[in-house]
Ligand binder design. Structure first.
Ligand SMILES: *Cc1c(COP(=O)(O)O)cnc(C)c1O
Length: 379
């Protein structure tokens, strides 16, 4: 399908391409200085004490859960309105996902009241997702987690870098997990980052990312270490130097991308203001400091969603759904049969994601708005 207006554009330039080729020319492909510099630059921009580059956002979530001590018999509280990796990684560790409804019709992040009601004695951690790039209610989530001794994991795959109060999303919880998948606000193809708030958590992540080994290839290469011990059965979730180089290059341009995304966001609000058959979430949120990732809307006539998306496709406009509710997937239905997520279910039945990326023009936003108006005016 050759879309006239695609859902997203990675937007790589010659600088990115040059940067990615350098490690290939130098033949130092993994665990080198670029990875270290990428982690340092990212941690500094985020305002985090520790950041570790990993092979994907999913790897970041898996590491965060493992480092938080999630395992068999434990429960993890998370929204059903998120990407399935959040729940898959919980199940892979032998724990049970407990799905929590979102706050309300406008705020599609974890609902603190629903969280409080769902948190039982087996709960070990909570995953807060900053949906679309808008911050979850971290003050309340942290308070509830503190009272119950839960680790707080922020899924920041959409929220790079979203300001919330005095801090960025990803530094409120115990861990902040980021994705650099090709459709995210910044990309390395596949890749991710995990921020850790304290030294002990960071040490767990450092170990588990690389087989649980006490010393790393780079240390041994530098002659700092000769052998190693293994302290825990860890994973190989490392990134490579090619991706780290691309990440460093992308990171330098990110603030410009984010500024442009906020502008496109305002264009959409302006364009869709008179389309009364659509509703736009997060109208109560402050978008000024948000690293906005997608533009979700809800149709007031959910039964017309398939026809609406079909009509958009006929006009060359790509749309998507973020997300089908996890607790309704075949793999989750049985284990989540007690889930109480009525707001999530209503959202999931009526949501459509419109194209959103920093290269959209005002005219293209106008084209999308006109198509939406026309399609929704039909009987
Ligand atoms: C993309 C995404 C992930 C997973 O990241 P990958 O890098 O694709 O593994 C997790 N959670 C959310 C909300 C995402 O959007």
């Amino acid at each position: 399908m050759n879309w006239k207006i695609p859902l997203f554009k990675p937007g790589l330039d010659d600088g990115d391409i040059q940067a990615a080729m350098e490690p290939l020319r130098e033949e130092w492909l993994t665990m080198g200085e670029r990875t270290r510099r990428f982690e340092e630059a990212f941690a500094e921009r985020l305002g985090a004490k520790h950041a570790f580059a990993v092979s994907s956002g999913t790897a970041a979530l898996h590491l965060a859960l493992a480092a938080a001590g999630v395992g068999p018999g434990g429960e993890v509280l998370l929204p059903s309105l998120t990407f399935v990796a959040c729940a898959n990684t919980v199940v892979q560790l032998g724990a049970r996902p407990v799905f929590v409804d979102v706050a309300d019709q406008d705020d599609w992040t974890l609902g603190p009241a629903a969280l409080e009601a769902a948190a039982g004695p087996k709960a070990k951690a909570v995953i807060a997702v900053h949906y679309a790039g808008f911050p979850a209610r971290m003050e309340e989530i942290n308070r509830i987690a503190d009272e119950r001794g839960l680790a707080v994991i922020e899924d920041c795959a959409h929220a790079l870098f979203t300001r919330h109060g005095e801090r960025n999303c990803g530094t409120w919880g115990t861990f902040g997990c980021f994705s650099f998948f090709s459709n995210k606000n910044m990309t390395t193809g596949e890749g991710g980052m995990i921020a850790a708030a304290d030294d002990a958590s960071a040490e767990r992540v450092r170990l588990l990312r690389s087989h649980g080994m006490t010393t790393l290839t780079l240390d041994r290469h530098k002659g700092h270490a000769k052998s190693y011990d293994v302290l825990a059965p860890g994973y190989n979730y490392r990134i490579d130097e090619i991706r780290a180089a691309l990440g460093l290059s992308q990171l330098r341009k990110l603030d410009g991308f984010l500024e442009k995304r906020r502008m496109v966001y305002q264009w959409f609000l302006e364009e869709l203001a008179d389309v009364d058959k659509l509703s736009i979430p997060f109208r109560g949120a402050d978008s000024n400091g948000a690293g906005i990732h997608i533009f979700p809307v809800r149709l007031k006539t959910p039964e017309k969603r398939a026809a609406f998306m079909e009509g958009m496709q006929e006009r060359g406009i790509q749309t998507s759904i973020h997300y089908p509710a996890i607790h309704r997937f075949q793999a989750y239905r049985e284990m989540a049969k007690d889930a109480k997520c009525p707001i999530t279910e209503a959202i999931c039945a009526s949501e459509v994601t419109l194209p959103f990326h920093p290269y959209l023009t005002r005219d293209e936003v106008g084209t999308i708005g006109a198509a939406a108006r026309e399609l929704l005016a039909r009987g």
